[in-house]
Design a protein around this ligand. Structure first.
Ligand SMILES: [Zn+2]
Length: 221
């Protein structure tokens, strides 16, 4: 028996089935298959721009580090950006995926994570109610900032732990996590808090997509 609104129940079931289909892909393109990324997609469809939609497709399908090799417009090959530092250390190719970027010890990756952290802090700094939280976390690292805003459950599986920072880096925090963060950041209403955190999603999405595009060779038309 359906107790809740039938449309709400249908929407919830559709979401579950979509997630299941994505999860059973079982390859690299399903890496980001989780509730947070589905809800990020819903935010983008609701209020994001065409640029955000394009960025979401590349990021959520874990394909943002792929590019076409052609520079003369005749022959092309699909390649992946590599992490030069780690490839050199282990003498083997290390694709510069987002999950690698989240943990890579190279100076360039550390700088990229620090820039994402600055994007988050500067965004929250535009809301006066965030001042108390910023006083405590304004000098923290990206993983510390994300852990404070969107704490990972103590019951999280190893897969959820691995996925955690990469999904937060692209703005894939869940509505539930946004609700908790809104309360902690002392927004006057959940509507204000969700709006501010949706804007934060878009800034993370925009930064990472633009960053990856800047690393790729320019294609000849
Ligand atoms: Zn690396």
């Amino acid at each position: 028996m359906l107790i809740n609104d039938i449309r709400q129940s249908a929407r919830t079931r559709t979401k579950e089935l979509t997630l299941q289909r994505w999860l059973i892909k079982g390859n690299w393109s399903g890496f980001f298959a989780c509730k947070g990324i589905i809800e990020l997609g819903q935010s983008v469809l609701r209020t994001g721009s065409a640029f955000h939609q394009s960025a979401l497709i590349h990021l959520a399908t874990n394909s943002v580090h792929f590019y076409w090799s052609d520079t003369d417009g005749r022959e092309s090959e699909l390649l992946q950006l590599q992490c030069d530092d780690c490839s050199y250390v282990i003498a083997s190719e290390v694709p510069l995926t987002i999950d690698h970027l989240a943990i890579c010890p190279s100076a360039s990756a550390i700088q990229t994570r620090a820039t994402i952290c600055r994007v988050v802090l500067q965004h929250l700094n535009s809301f006066p109610n965030c001042v108390t939280w910023l006083r405590a976390h304004g000098r923290s690292s990206l993983s510390e900032v994300m852990s404070s805003l969107f704490p990972l459950s103590v019951t999280a599986t190893p897969e959820e732990v691995i996925l955690y920072l990469p999904r937060c880096m692209i703005g894939g925090f869940t509505v539930g996590e946004s609700t908790q963060a809104s309360k902690m950041l002392r927004f006057h209403s959940l509507t204000d808090g969700h709006s501010a955190l949706d804007q934060l999603r878009f800034k993370c999405l925009h930064f990472l997509f633009t960053h990856y595009q800047s690393l790729k060779p320019i294609r000849v038309a």
